[in-house]
Structure formats: structure tokens, C-alpha cells
Design a protein around this ligand. Structure first.
Ligand code: ADP
Length: 431
């Protein structure tokens, strides 16, 4: 550690405490339970003053203080790029069990920048009320037009679904050719990584037969609230979560759904959850290419695309090709293929051994003309994280597997702004 004033945690840093008249502010509770709050003051696109508070330990204070110093005099874009590693380097290192303090600091700062941007947008919207109401009318137009094949009730239901999902900028489906390949693991970690990048994120688990998201986020037994006829998602550390498992009396028991009931349940579930405004909705879809994922893809007809999760063994079978073709038939973009459980990480020396071979996913993606997002090794720490209910990306972001996960997720974080929803859907339909 380099800076004496920083390492002595009894000294309260000058940047500790609320900032009056701040132009951006955010408070984030990490999965560790610590709450950090950041205030930023922005002038001419540059952060001129940053302060923070934390109810965490001394390491949390060190991380907050270092992150506040890093942000000062930076542009908003530069501040958004400050990550866990930068904070750790600025502190001069922290014990491994406190690395999450650096991540929480960087994430809270990002949220404060996002808050500043939101306030700016609101200010601009107030300045242009007429232009805004015109663009809202245009957005609603697509939802209000009934299709010729629809009855009035169906059209009403479709419009209700569209209204609910209309406040979400990006929707991504996580698919797999079969169960057990790590689809839910990727969905959970993708959602958490997006959240850590300062996005407003929802995670929807529509796997009727094996809803595993509640277990992976330690939310088993969470009760959902129903308000004004809508189901409210459960919120954990800022992440909005809804799983079909929350609505089952025994999420571990086998549920026998009759065919038409499945589609009905999926539709009702998608339509009745009130997400509010979100930057991203990650949908953990049922596995395979049968009726259930088909219902999900058809109902969420303006998704950005699908991430297909596979394993090296799965590549050898026809499963992945079938998933890619399934998306192509539905005009759903394939955002990329992820090869999970690719090589084994030795828990002692962390060396990676390619037990089932690797590289097949990349070859297959190349052959089928879809992007390959990368490989994630089989890591016992990842199994433990899933079983014990703590998000791997948050607690093990520093590890080799954490970096592999980060590389896979990076392109999904940089999805381009969506065109007006109505236009987009019509364009896809006419293809
Ligand atoms: P799916 O959603 O495809 O059925 P899950 O995400 O539920 O699969 O994963 C199945 C099991 O494998 C879980 O116990 C999960 O923790 C574990 N798992 C997934 N990916 C990995 C990995 N890369 N390394 C170790 N365990 C993993």
C-alpha cells in the first residue's frame, strides 16, 4: 500500500460524506451486504468533485476513497471505465476477501454517472415536451395495430404484453440445445455483470421444469408481491428477478404441465410482470427447441437476439446446430455461441486441462456464420457459487474463470442502441 493517509482507516478521508448540490448520486448494496453511496458533481462534462459514504469495513472506506480520487477531473466516459482493478491498484492492493469492496466502489460510481445522465435526459425532455410526446405516440403506434388473424381479446393481450415489455431497451434470450449445459449459470452471471456495469437489469427465469435462478441467487422462498393486477419482481442488490419458481408451491417438485397450459403460463408470466424501465432484460429460456422456447421467442418478438450456450460434448451432437437454425427460422439474431465447461480448472494450481476437448464451439459457430463469444472452463468455484447462491461474477471477478466470463459478456454489454421498436419488428416480419 502506498498512501499513508489511505491505509490508516481511522482517518476519515476528506471525500467521505454527502455532497450538497451534487448532480449525480447512487446508493448500491453489494451482495456482501455493504452499502456504498457516491455523489458526483459534473461541470462541462467532467467530474469536478466526488464524495462517498459506506457502512462497510475499513477496506470499503479505502476503496471508496480511492475510487472517488480516481473519478475526479475525469470525463463521464472515463469514469464509466474505472473498474475493480483500477481501484485495487489505486489502493495499492487489498486482501483477496476484500476485492469486492473495490468492485462495489467502481459500480456505485458508475451508477452515480448513470443517475447524472438520467437527470440530464429528464432536463432535456422537459425542455422539449412536444417533441417527446410525438415520439411516444409513434412508439405506441405499432402496439395498437391489430393483426388480421387476431380476435379482439388476443389483440388486447398482445398489446398488454407489448406495453409491459415496451419499457425495456434490450432483451436477450439465453438458449441451449439441452439442459445442464450452464444456461442458467450464464444468464445469472450475464445479468449480474450488466448490473455491475451500471445498467438497470431484470432477470426472467421461464424454465418451467427446472427454474434454478432462485437457488443461484439465494432467493428460494422469496414471496412475490402483486399490485394492481401485476406481479412485481423480487429485487436483490438492485437486480430485478422473476422466476416461475417463485410461483410454484414446491419449486423442487416435478410439475406436470400439459402442452397448451405451458404456452399459456409462459404468456401470462411474460405479460403480468411489471418490470418498469430497464436497460436489459435477460431471459433464461426453457432448454431445447420445442414448444416452450418457441413460445418465449414468439412472444418476445423484438428481442436483440439469443445467446446459445453449449458444452464441448454438445458441439459433437446436432443440438447446437439445431438451436442456431431454430433462431434463424424465427428471424432471431444469434448474438453468439458460448462454449461452457471447456477444460477443467484445477482447484489447487488453477491450471486448465481440456478434459472434453475444446474449440469445437468456435469451429461450429464459424461454419454456421454466427459469432463465437468465447469459452468458460469447468471450475468447481462456479459450481459452488451456483449451489450456495452467490453470483460468481461478483465474488470471483478477479479469477481466470471470472475474466473468461467477462470476455464472453463484453460484446453483449456493447449492444448498439435499438431502433424505434415498431420499425424493428415490422422490418423483421417483412424479411
Ligand atoms: P442449465 O441451465 O443449462 O440446465 P445450469 O446453469 O443449471 O444448467 O448448470 C448446471 C450445473 O452445472 C449447476 O450446478 C451449475 O452450477 C454447474 N455449472 C455450470 N457451468 C459451470 C462451469 N463452467 N463450471 C462448473 N460448474 C458449472
Amino acid at each position: 500500500m502506498q498512501d499513508g493517509s489511505l491505509t490508516d482507516v481511522r482517518v476519515v478521508p476528506a471525500s467521505f460524506g454527502p455532497l450538497r448540490g451534487a448532480s449525480g448520486n447512487a446508493r448500491v448494496t453489494g451482495p456482501c451486504g455493504d452499502t456504498m453511496e457516491f455523489w458526483i458533481h459534473v461541470e462541462h462534462g467532467r467530474i469536478v468533485r466526488t464524495t462517498f459514504t459506506t457502512d462497510g469495513c475499513g477496506h470499503s472506506t479505502l476503496a471508496g476513497s480511492a475510487c472517488a480520487r480516481l473519478a475526479e477531473n475525469e470525463t463521464l466516459e472515463e469514469a464509466m471505465r474505472i473498474g475493480q482493478e483500477d481501484v485495487l491498484a489505486a489502493v495499492g492492493g487489498l486482501p483477496e476477501e476484500s476485492h469486492h469492496c473495490a468492485l462495489l466502489a467502481a459500480n456505485t460510481l458508475k451508477q452515480a454517472v448513470v443517475d447524472y445522465s438520467r437527470r440530464q435526459t429528464r432536463r432535456e425532455e422537459k425542455a422539449e415536451p412536444e417533441a417527446c410526446s410525438r415520439s411516444r405516440e409513434r412508439d405506441n403506434l405499432g402496439a395498437q395495430t391489430a393483426r388480421p388473424e387476431e380476435g379482439p381479446h388476443e389483440s388486447e393481450e398482445r398489446q398488454a404484453l407489448k406495453r409491459r415489455l415496451g419499457h425495456i431497451q434490450h432483451k436477450m434470450l439465453v438458449l441451449s440445445g439441452k439442459g445442464g449445459v450452464g444456461k442458467s449459470t450464464l444468464a445469472v452471471n450475464l445479468a449480474v455483470s450488466l448490473l455491475l456495469a451500471g445498467k438497470r437489469v431484470g432477470l426472467l427465469d421461464v424454465d418451467l421444469h427446472g427454474p434454478s435462478v432462485p437457488r443461484m441467487l439465494k432467493l428460494e422462498g422469496a414471496s412475490v408481491e402483486v399490485r394492481d393486477g401485476a406481479i412485481l419482481p423480487v429485487v436483490k442488490a438492485g437486480l430485478k428477478v422473476m422466476s416461475i419458481g417463485f410461483l410454484l408451491s414446491d419449486p423442487n417438485g416435478a410439475v406436470i404441465w400439459r402442452g397448451p397450459m405451458k404456452a399459456r403460463v409462459i404468456e401470462q408470466f411474460l405479460r403480468d410482470v411489471e418490470w418498469g424501465d430497464l436497460d436489459y432484460l435477460v431471459i433464461d429460456s426453457p432448454p431445447g427447441t420445442g414448444d416452450e422456447p418457441l413460445s418465449v421467442c414468439q412472444l418476445v418478438d423484438d428481442a436483440d437476439g439469443a445467446v446459445i450456450v453449449t458444452t464441448p460434448q454438445d458441439v459433437a451432437t446436432a443440438n447446437v446446430r439445431r438451436s442456431v437454425r431454430f433462431c434463424q427460422d424465427l428471424h432471431l439474431s444469434v448474438l453468439g455461441v458460448v462454449e461452457n465447461m471447456s477444460g477443467f480448472v484445477c482447484p489447487a494450481c488453477r491450471a486448465v486441462t481440456p478434459v472434453f476437448g475444446s474449440g469445437g464451439g468456435e469451429r461450429m459457430a464459424l461454419e454456421m456464420g454466427v459469432p463465437f463469444l468465447g469459452r468458460i472452463p469447468l471450475d468447481p468455484a462456479l459450481t459452488k457459487a451456483g449451489d450456495e447462491g452467490f453470483p460468481f461474477s461478483y465474488h470471483y471477478g478477479w479469477s481466470e474463470t471470472g475474466h473468461a466470463m467477462e470476455r464472453v459478456i463484453a460484446p453483449l454489454l456493447a449492444l448498439p442502441e435499438r431502433p424505434s421498436r415498431g420499425e424493428d419488428i415490422e422490418e423483421r416480419r417483412s424479411k
